[in-house]
Design a protein around this ligand. Structure first.
Ligand SMILES: [Zn+2]
Ligand SMILES: [Zn+2]
Length: 210
């Protein structure tokens, strides 16, 4: 490889990194904006669907995507729109301005969302420690599900570090809290079921006494 080619490759790499940085910066702010709880904020209404998902697959191994996921149908209208508006659209604009960088990033984004974001990296509670100080994976992102005002970054943590929204949980602590919340949810559902069947039983008794 001659010097001119090496220089060209380096310039390309810098451009690619700059576009990646710009993209993740926009994602960070759009995600942060999505957490403004206001009835006139459609991004919050859309993003709420993501926070309604339990995302707790500690006991299950990552599975292959479904046919819908290959077509970028990410589990529902709001779940798909959430990714398309916050991640795909800004990247499509970048690709429109700088196609040489944006198109490879769009391909990366597609594969990341389809194969990696759900249970392999972003919501994988087995990923803890140093890696989660750099990448918004495992403990870092799961903590956002525990504290909605922290760890907004997707893919990388750098914007949370710069804007003061990083919160590093004890390794595995987010998982314990999410588990506890799910257990509480299950218990209240069981109570609601119990109340319902008790009411139904009383109604039946009333009917049979009548
Ligand atoms: Zn969120
Ligand atoms: Zn999430």
């Amino acid at each position: 490889m001659d010097l001119a080619t090496l220089r060209q490759a380096l310039v390309y790499l810098v451009g690619l990194l700059a576009c990646f940085g710009l993209w993740t910066f926009v994602i960070y702010w759009l995600h942060r904006f999505s957490h403004i709880h206001h009835r006139l904020n459609p991004l919050w209404w859309i993003h709420r669907a993501h926070h309604a998902e339990p995302y707790l697959r500690v006991d299950s191994r990552p599975s292959w995507p479904t046919l819908g996921q290959y077509l970028f149908w990410l589990g529902g209208v709001r779940l798909s729109l959430d990714v398309i508006l916050v991640m795909t659209l800004p990247l499509a604009i970048i690709a429109w301005i700088w196609p040489q960088y944006g198109i490879p990033l769009l391909i990366f984004h597609y594969f990341y969302e389809v194969f990696l974001s759900e249970s392999v990296l972003d919501h994988n509670p087995r990923i803890t420690g140093r890696l989660t100080h750099w990448f918004a994976w495992g403990d870092f992102h799961l903590h956002h599900h525990v504290n909605l005002k922290r760890n907004y970054g997707l893919l990388v943590c750098i914007w949370d570090d710069l804007f003061g929204t990083t919160q590093t949980p004890e390794p595995g602590a987010s998982l314990a809290r999410i588990k506890a919340r799910l257990e509480r949810l299950e218990r209240s559902r069981a109570v609601a079921r119990g109340n319902r069947s008790a009411t139904e039983g009383a109604e039946l008794r009333e009917l049979s006494n009548a």
